[in-house]
Write a protein that binds this ligand. Structure first.
Ligand code: CO
Length: 134
């Protein structure tokens, strides 16, 4: 059911410094800062030949990233995103097998303008999983 790895997301304490490190030290193709108020994040996407890296920083007071950075002040891997062809079908299949979908269970529009869902990390070996319909 899951397809390609769409991106790996890393929560960072300083978005501009992390973006500069990927651009200048690692020589990667780094996009602009994007604000995603619906998700409580500021993001920078880094395009690699085979996938993307999503640098995440909190936006607003109730950002889900703020708590993560409080526990991991130096930053850390926050989630991985797999592509699916039909996100509603994927959700129904996962729910039927007991996996918990976070939030209302309805897909939200993610940073790429496509529907996304998140799955509970305790159901997936401690890794927060995002599904994105492509
Ligand atoms: Co993501």
């Amino acid at each position: 059911m899951i397809g390609r790895l769409n991106h790996v997301a890393i929560a960072v304490p300083d978005l501009e410094a992390a973006a500069a490190q990927y651009r200048d030290t690692l020589g990667a193709e780094v996009g602009p800062v994007q604000e995603e108020p619906d998700h409580g994040v500021r993001v920078v996407f880094i395009t690699l030949p085979n996938t993307k890296i999503e640098l995440l920083h909190p936006l607003g007071d109730d950002s889900p990233i703020a708590g993560f950075l409080a526990k991991n002040p130096a930053g850390g891997i926050h989630h991985i995103c797999y592509e699916v062809a039909d996100i509603a079908a994927a959700r129904d299949r996962l729910s039927a097998q007991g996996a918990r979908v976070l939030g209302s269970g309805e897909p939200k529009i993610g940073a790429h303008g496509k529907p996304v869902l998140f799955l509970h990390p305790k159901d997936f070996n401690g890794a927060l999983v995002e599904l994105e319909e492509v």
